[in-house]
Design a protein around this ligand. Structure first.
Ligand SMILES: Cc1cc2nc3c(=O)[nH]c(=O)nc-3n(C[C@H](O)[C@H](O)[C@H](O)COP(=O)(O)OP(=O)(O)OC[C@H]3O[C@@H](n4cnc5c(N)ncnc54)[C@H](O)[C@@H]3O)c2cc1C
Length: 588
């Protein structure tokens, strides 16, 4: 079957912060650039980012990029690549000023400079005292960033394919990437987008968990497409649980609330974080706070009639601060928890929030995968940035506000790498392989022709329950092994899903089934990688291996789809210009 072919210099899958920043670079360089997005770009999940973007501007107190680098390496529990971390932290001030010049309406200090708030794990003087490093637009920083970048792209003539879903990556016989297949969601028509370079910026995959702060569109499509195309995924065992999801709803209450002075209480009214992190207290790193909360709940000091959550108290901040700096949070608390934080505390629980692993890249945004012995071989024509990518700056645990920074720093550097590649290495399109769309068409045909299959929703619920139960805040060998067994059984069920209601408008059922193919790849990668890592590091906390084991496990996991194979590659311990930050015990 022949399908329409559209030709661009660059194709970017994803219209969130990372995709838009990369697109801007390419369009402003005069390259014909397409951005595909399942939703209108300004509805991408970046819009939900609340607390801020980090940069050592030093507007409130003295700050330095190497202090930021130290915090990021420590936050990553020494799994982050120090070359990429140095690159990001050095570039941060420039990236934030650039956003300011693009028109992003940052909150201001009285002297007119950008306001900066405290955040978890942000410290001065190599971990000594808290510092205000998070630049914010009230509690709607992502919203402001996304609208700013979208408008700049409109001006730069980026071509948007809105409500288009990329289905599969197209690689030629050399293994080089030459385009993607995509489905126009309204019509169901399949096209090939032929490109000199392709960037994935498809965001996170938090929807593999049943309790998640992530949007429904966060189904790990970029990861699914990558692993189906034979490229392994990196460090998929590391998922961040945000301490403050609204109990029962999962909606996020930003760490910025604790940055502004909010505190966590157990059922005895005790500020328990003083016991777990005497120095940073409620602003310790997210994994530390999440585990402390889980222990409080587990040991019977949770709140409410089921003792299944703790309380986030902020009424002592007063209505003026709450209304001025945290208006969106007040609205969320009223709508989703039924409490007005000006008067009452908010019930919160640790909730799946962010994926540290993803598509392996270097700090230039180039996707790397082993061809022979070298795990760092570049996949020609293929780039990734943002939450779907693993650069790896977040290692085993991301510091709050480092993701928005990651989007703009690595979005831009991936854009620059693509420009260089297109100009110097691939000035003309490489031919498409014959029948480039056949694989995607066969996936759709399988769905259409399946009889006696299962509803996608049932299989998705089963997957989410397995992941929630077996890859949560605390993990043991037994729990993980059982999880691997169960997720493999769910994966078999995915092969027999069926679209029962073909009359549905907007192809919703078909799209959910195609997303399921991606979700299950991410769920398998998560459980299989987690079961194998026999240590505790950052967000991967094992009861049976409570310590970090640098000798054996200071290495990145690579998970391949073929036979569920795992391999490992070294952490980049050599920064670009400064000295290596040697491992220490991670205390806050
Ligand atoms: C509630 C919440 C609050 C947060 N607050 C902060 C914060 O204050 N500071 C911070 O640094 N980080 C924060 N984060 C994390 C941060 O917001 C995200 O990591 C980041 O925004 C992800 O951006 P992205 O560009 O990678 O992806 P997204 O913004 O998620 O965009 C993904 C894009 O890919 C598209 N897409 C996906 N699959 C396909 C497909 N198959 N075909 C076509 N298009 C596709 C989507 O339509 C979308 O346009 C927060 C996260 C959450 C959940």
């Amino acid at each position: 079957m022949s399908v329409p072919v559209r030709r661009f210099d660059a194709v970017i899958v994803g219209g969130g912060g990372a995709g838009l920043r990369a697109a801007l670079q390419l369009s402003e360089a005069g390259l014909k650039t397409a951005v595909l997005s399942k939703v209108f770009p300004t509805r991408s999940h970046t819009v939900a980012a609340q607390g801020g973007i980090s940069a050592s501007l030093g507007n409130v107190q003295e700050d330095r990029w190497d202090w930021h680098m130290y915090d990021t390496v420590k936050g990553s529990d020494w799994l982050g690549d120090q070359d990429a971390i140095e690159f990001m932290c050095r570039k941060a001030p420039e990236a934030v000023i650039e956003l300011e010049h693009f028109g992003m309406p940052f909150d201001r200090l009285e002297n007119g400079k950008i306001y900066q708030r405290p955040f978890g794990g942000h410290m001065a003087n190599f971990g000594k005292t808290p510092v205000q490093r998070a630049c914010a637009v009230a509690d709607r920083t992502g919203h402001a960033m996304l609208h700013t970048l979208y408008q700049r792209n409109v001006r730069a003539n980026t071509q948007f394919f809105v409500e288009w879903m990329a289905l599969d990556l197209i690689r030629d016989a050399d293994g080089d990437v030459v385009g993607v297949t995509a489905l126009e969601m309204e019509t169901g028509e399949i096209s090939v987008l032929h490109a000199k370079a392709v960037l994935f910026a498809t965001g996170g995959a938090g929807r593999i968990f049943s309790a998640s702060t992530n949007a429904f569109i966060n189904t790990g499509d970029g990861l699914g497409m990558t692993i189906r195309a034979g490229i392994p995924l990196e460090d998929m065992e590391f998922w961040q649980f945000h301490p403050t999801g609204v109990a029962g709803a999962g909606v996020l209450i930003t760490e910025g609330v604790r940055g502004e002075g909010g505190i966590l209480l157990n059922c005895n009214g005790e500020r328990f974080m003083e016991r777990y992190a005497p120095n940073a207290k409620d602003l310790a790193s997210r994994d530390v706070v999440s585990r402390a909360m889980a222990v409080e709940i587990y040991e019977g000091r949770g709140c409410g009639k089921n003792k299944d959550h703790v309380l986030l108290k902020l009424d002592h901040l007063g209505p003026e601060i709450i209304n001025q700096r945290l208006p969106g949070i007040r609205e969320i608390a009223i709508k989703f928890a039924g409490v007005d934080p000006i008067k009452e505390p908010i019930p919160v629980v640790p909730t799946c929030h962010y994926q540290m692993g993803g598509i392996p890249t270097n700090y230039k945004g180039e996707v790397v995968a082993p061809k022979g012995d070298n795990p760092e071989d570049r996949v020609n024509g293929f780039y990734a940035a943002g939450e779907c990518a693993c650069a790896s700056v977040h290692g085993a645990n991301r510091l709050g506000t480092n993701s928005l920074l990651d989007l703009v720093v690595f979005g831009k550097s991936a854009g620059e790498s693509m420009i260089e590649f297109i100009r110097n290495e691939r000035p003309a399109h490489k031919p498409l392989p014959e029948n480039a769309a056949d694989y995607s068409l066969s996936r759709i045909a399988r769905l259409e022709n399946q009889t006696n299959g299962e509803e996608v929703a049932d299989v998705r619920t089963a997957m989410q329950q397995v992941v929630q139960r077996h890859a949560g805040v605390f993990r043991t060998q037994e729990v993980l092994e059982e999880g691997v067994k169960q997720i493999k059984a769910v994966a078999e069920r995915v092969k027999r899903t069926q679209i029962k209601d073909k009359s549905q408008v907007w192809n919703t059922a078909r799209i959910e089934a195609l997303e399921m193919d991606n979700l299950i790849e991410v769920a398998l990668a998560t459980l299989i990688s987690a079961e194998a890592r026999k240590e505790s590091r950052g967000a991967h906390a094992r009861d049976d291996f409570p310590d970090r084991n640098d000798e054996t496990w200071m290495k990145h996991t690579l998970y391949s789809r073929e036979d569920f194979k795992l391999s490992y590659k070294p952490v980049h311990n050599q920064p670009l210009t400064v000295d290596y930050i040697a491992p220490q015990k991670r205390v806050y």
